[in-house]
Write a protein that binds this ligand. Structure first.
Ligand code: ADP
Ligand code: MG
Length: 271
């Protein structure tokens, strides 16, 4: 039904943390969610609570005609996960090259997922330009670009505003509303962070879809094997607001809505 990618020109900005939380928050809202790890780091599984003994993997077995339904792992957070799988750097390169030559190896199964009614597909992309994200870009409903509120982002924000980030030409320009920005690790007490935030707000307007404060709780969540899913004050609340903004932007129907059962009867209240 909907394809949402978390991407960034840079690594270490919080893509995996934010992607995992948004996927889990959408699942809590009642949506069917499948999260695909496109990053050979294979870290999304840890965030979403895939058991360590679990050996199923998706991208690392690309080209073997492995059905995505067989590779999907039901994770603690209520999200189905397609882990990248453990790979050495050489195999990661082979996969990247395979996807450059045959993007349909990934695009075809994802198109099949998108045909499942109500299913939301969340992608955790590796940093920078990469063949996995390129294979899926034509199918994207939303590309959420994550940046830190730091000096390094200042040069990138104008590229996002002008859509050069999405490529050149009319197609990139026409795709503008599909690329939105989230600033992570915003710190009100830091003048540089505030300046970058204001710059992003000025350049992008409503395409700045979220801001997440720097929060020790979020940094420790992974080590503690838990997620901030209760709207905890601080980053927990910011992540919740981000998930809501994504729902609104994509006009995602309420799960169990008109085509999900006898909702009208439930609304009358006595069934
Ligand atoms: N808002 C935040 N406040 C504090 N620490 C954060 C925040 N967001 C992410 N982190 C920490 O930053 C590090 C990088 O996050 P990660 O999601 O792995 O980034 P990426 O996937 O972009 O490489 C992790 O240690 C994570 O816990
Ligand atoms: Mg990551």
């Amino acid at each position: 039904m909907a394809l949402i990618a978390f991407a960034s020109p840079k690594g270490g900005v919080g893509k995996t943390t934010v992607a995992a939380h948004v996927a889990a928050l959408l699942a809590r809202r009642g949506h069917k969610v499948i999260a695909i790890d496109l990053d050979p780091q294979n870290a999304l599984r840890y965030h979403l609570g895939v058991p360590l003994r679990e050996e199923r993997s998706f991208l690392s077995r690309l080209g073997t005609h492995l059905a995505w339904r067989d590779a999907a792992v039901e994770a603690e957070a209520g999200v189905r996960v397609l882990p990248f799988g453990p790979v050495d750097p050489l195999r990661a390169l082979e996969i990247a090259q395979m996807l450059a030559a045959q993007p349909q190896l990934l695009a075809d199964p994802v198109r099949e997922m998108l045909a499942v009614p109500g299913l939301i597909v969340v992608l955790d992309s590796p940093p920078g330009p990469n063949t996995a994200l390129a294979a899926l870009t034509p199918l994207l409903d939303l590309m959420v670009i994550v940046l830190l509120a730091d000096g390094g982002s200042a040069a990138i924000i104008p590229q996002i505003a002008s859509n050069r980030f999405l490529g050149r030409g009319t197609l990139a320009t026409r795709s503008a509303d599909r690329a939105v920005l989230v600033l992570n690790q915003v710190d009100e007490a830091e003048p540089l962070s505030e300046a970058v935030f204001e710059m992003a707000r000025g350049a992008l307007g409503p395409r700045l879809i979220g801001a997440i404060c720097r929060d020790q709780l979020l940094a420790e969540a992974l080590a503690d094997k838990r997620m901030l899913l209760q709207g905890e004050s601080g980053a927990g609340e910011d992540l919740q607001l981000l998930a809501e903004a994504i729902v609104k932007r994509l006009k995602l129907p309420r799960p169990g809505g008109p085509d999900g059962g006898f909702s009208a009867l439930y609304e009358w209240g006595r069934v």
